[in-house]
Design a protein around this ligand. Structure first.
Ligand code: S3P
Length: 170
């Protein structure tokens, strides 16, 4: 088990927790959205706008395939990445897959001031969060460990992630 992959819905803290966990382990940190933007030279918003979600998912899939070459890396993944079971299976070959979980209301509280997520640019974002979360729930539950983030600080969540990684390596 060389790497840690954080999965879970938008706004569950994958990037901030991932960065802190990587720092603590002296691992590299990568975010699949950043890799997609770097490789395509476009923002996620532009990709969604110009080519649509299906094209974004293709780019996401390629990025996931390349991750298997990595070692000592904490990977934060886009919230919809594991809805493709092949992506989750690929992550599991080299990473401990940890899901960060939060209720729709907590997620909404955390993301409502942000505007960079195309899927939430709708008239009823909380409804959309509920709908997507219900659809993705069975995929998120395939993780090796599931951590509730609602009542916990980022630091506490990091401790939980590191604990799970330690157990997995024993
Ligand atoms: C998405 C989540 C986003 C990003 C894209 C689609 C999703 O990542 O990949 O906007 O389908 O849930 P974050 O989970 O990092 O916000």
């Amino acid at each position: 088990m060389q790497n840690i992959a954080l999965i879970g819905f938008m706004g569950t803290g994958k990037s901030s927790v991932g960065r802190l966990a990587a720092e603590s382990l002296q691992f590299e940190f990568v975010d699949t959205d950043d890799l997609i933007e770097a490789q395509s030279g476009r923002t996620i918003e532009d990709i969604f706008k110009q080519q649509g979600e299906a094209a974004f998912r293709q780019l996401e899939k390629q990025v996931v395939e390349n991750l298997s070459q990595r070692q000592k890396t904490v990977i934060a993944t886009g919230g919809g990445l594991v809805a493709d079971p092949a992506n989750l299976a690929s992550l599991k070959t080299h990473a401990l897959v940890v899901c960060l979980w939060a209720s729709p209301e907590t997620i909404w509280e955390r993301v409502q001031t942000q505007t960079h997520r195309p899927l939430l640019q709708t008239a009823d974002p909380l409804g959309k969060i509920r709908e997507l979360l219900a659809l993705r729930d069975p995929h998120y539950r395939q993780a090796d460990a599931l951590i509730q983030t609602g009542q916990r600080s980022a630091k506490e969540v990091v401790q939980q992630v590191l604990h799970q990684f330690q157990i997995a390596r024993e």
